[in-house]
Design a protein around this ligand. Structure first.
Ligand code: MG
Ligand code: MG
Length: 270
């Protein structure tokens, strides 16, 4: 069952979403060739704890760290390690935190130094597909409308949309109803309701949509070992319309990027 949040609960969830947003902003300052994903993980854990929040992934389903770190052909759920990032890598970083009893869940795929134009395009299209999906999160629409918008946009660019992993409702637990696939048919699936909060998170591959699971029980890579991108926002339905709770603005500040992409999804300015 979809759990609608009260206005007060949505404001608490905005705080949780801002914790993970600022955490990715802190991490963004250090994403460079030579840094290890374990070093970035420590930066994130220290920052989250400094905000009177708790790392949301650490120990969840026995995950061993604060961040999921998935470089290059890894799709999601990669485990931080001591291997330094190198020029030309991409790294998908997924961050969860609990603040005031509510989860924030937020992801961004970073470029490490200069990356090749083909991969750069994959990142841009995946991020844009996230906003195509968010636009459909409104009262009167259904789960399939969001999935369709994401799938159509990515497949029109020739990319593979991962099927096995999906977005989800978000609240006092990490994965609430409904599941939010990044593919689907218009007008199908559960109806959206006022006050619901979801994590929308396209996982998009340069090549095949097919994936494989590694023996560590966590890491997932593309079947053809081509790159994969992942962007995730937390979004509520307020006044019937999508209201962004998370923000990439801290990442953009760290990276020196100017963007207005979030403006249309923000009824409350922050
Ligand atoms: Mg996530
Ligand atoms: Mg998620």
């Amino acid at each position: 069952m979809i759990i609608a949040k009260t206005a007060e609960e949505i404001e608490l969830m905005r705080e949780s979403a801002l914790v993970v947003s600022r955490t990715l902003g802190e991490v963004a300052k250090h994403v460079k060739p030579g840094v290890t994903t374990l070093e970035l993980d420590k930066i994130a854990e220290d920052y989250i704890r400094s905000q009177d929040a708790i790392p949301g992934f650490l120990g969840l389903y026995d995950f061993p760290n604060t961040l999921c770190m998935s470089p290059n052909s890894q799709v999601v759920h990669g485990i931080p390690n001591n291997t330094p990032l190198v020029e030309g890598d991409i790294i998908s970083i997924d961050c969860g935190a609990i603040k005031n009893g509510f989860y924030g869940d937020h992801a961004y795929t970073f470029e490490v130094g200069e990356i090749d134009p083909e991969t750069k395009k994959l990142l841009e299209v995946t991020k844009q597909s996230l906003y195509k999906g968010i636009k459909e999160l409104k009262v009167g629409n259904r789960v399939g409308d969001v999935g369709y918008a994401i799938q159509k946009y990515c497949e029109d660019h020739g990319y593979g949309v991962v099927r096995e992993l999906v977005g989800h409702g978000l609240g006092r637990v990490m994965h609430e109803d409904p599941e939010m696939p990044n593919y689907g048919k218009r007008g199908r699936g559960k109806k959206f309701i006022e006050g619901m909060v979801v994590a929308i998170e396209p996982m998009v591959n340069l090549g095949t949509k097919n994936i494989k699971q590694h023996n560590d029980g966590w890491t997932i890579t593309t079947r053809d070992n081509k790159p994969s991108a992942h962007f995730e926002h937390d979004v509520a339905i307020v006044n019937g319309k999508p209201e962004l709770l998370s923000t990439f603005k801290y990442v953009y500040e760290a990276l020196g990027i100017t963007s207005t992409e979030e403006d249309e999804f923000r009824q409350v300015k922050n």
